[in-house]
Write a protein that binds this ligand. Structure first.
Ligand code: CU
Length: 192
């Protein structure tokens, strides 16, 4: 350490700066972060489900810090019979969701945000409704990085989702409640 640096750090001002930086770092590594292999997961959340809904949706942001592509699947959940990763595609001008075959690819260095109206986790055949304030557990399975259990805090229907600026997307609400969705090549109807 140089004489200059030693003097600088010994001053009260620098000490306060260092403390502030440490607090900032602690705040950034929030409870909703997960790491498995080269995969980093932030801000998992699920949307509350209306009464009688048989399916629910979950979201998160996933970053691949590795040098090879990986694939995200959902292995299971404590809240549903099945957990899948869905993607949205246009079919004759209509947005439809379908399970991603073989998992959602995350290229090296890429960050994907699963969010309403886009890729999402789909909880099929719910064991109970998702209630705001509760937490849903899911086991994510990465082809290369392995499995990691994540907790998704449930956010109220219509509430601004954490980190999502487009509050209007209601993939987990209106669209699914509207009727049927394509699933594995066949139609699956959602109960009302
Ligand atoms: Cu879906």
């Amino acid at each position: 350490m140089t004489e200059y640096a030693r003097k600088y750090i010994s001053s009260g001002f620098a000490g306060a700066l260092v403390l502030a930086a440490m607090q900032l770092a602690a705040a950034t590594a929030s409870a909703g972060d997960y790491d498995v292999g080269s995969i980093h997961i932030t801000q998992p959340w699920a949307r509350a489900t209306p009464k009688g809904a048989s399916s629910g949706a979950g979201y998160l942001t996933v970053t691949n810090n590795g040098t090879a592509a990986d694939r995200l699947n959902c292995a299971g959940s404590d809240a549903a019979a099945q957990c899948q990763i869905h993607t949205m595609t246009m079919d004759n001008g209509v947005m439809k969701m379908r399970p991603v075959e073989g998992g959602l690819e995350i290229k090296p260095g890429e960050t994907l945000t699963l969010r309403p109206g886009s890729d999402h986790m789909m909880f099929v055949n719910l064991k109970h409704p998702f209630e705001a304030g509760a937490t849903v557990e899911a086991t994510l399975q990465f082809e290369k990085a392995g499995t990691v259990k994540v907790e998704l805090p449930v956010v109220a229907i219509g509430a601004a989702a954490p980190g999502v600026t487009t509050g209007g997307g209601t993939m987990g609400g209106a669209m699914m409640q509207g009727g049927n969705m394509m699933q594995g090549g066949g139609m699956m109807s959602t109960k009302h």
